[in-house]
Design a protein around this ligand. Structure first.
Ligand code: ZN
Length: 117
């Protein structure tokens, strides 16, 4: 399987994924600046190898522009993506969520099996 196909799948999976804890804004993990819808961000996301679900762990503002995976771990895949924050309204839950859109992969951890003997 080609790496390009995998990356395209990850981008699709992260598109529309919730950012932060059910607020209409989040904070830059580096400088603490408030980030709202319409802002360009870099986001760190990971997926345990035994789970199909990605989770966004941190977002960074453009000036902080975080481009390195700090602690690569064998048991999970990590990626850094650029994207744009957007608000989405969930009618069923009567709530608004901050989500990631226009996702583009910046860097990712090596495939897990690359480290195996
Ligand atoms: Zn920042």
């Amino acid at each position: 399987m080609s790496q390009l196909i995998i990356e395209a799948a990850v981008e699709q999976t992260l598109e529309g994924l919730q950012v932060g804890e059910q607020h209409s804004y989040d904070h830059c993990a580096a400088c603490g600046r408030e980030l709202q819808a319409g802002v360009q961000v870099t986001a760190a996301a990971y997926k345990p190898l035994d789970s199909p679900y990605w989770q966004i762990t941190h977002v960074y503002c453009t000036p902080c522009d975080h481009r390195e995976i700090e602690t690569p771990k064998d048991e999970r895949r990590e990626v850094l993506v650029s994207g744009c924050l957007a608000l989405t309204h969930l009618a069923a839950h009567q709530t608004t969520r901050l989500v990631l859109t226009e996702v583009a992969i910046q860097t990712h951890s090596p495939p897990a099996d690359a480290c195996s003997p």
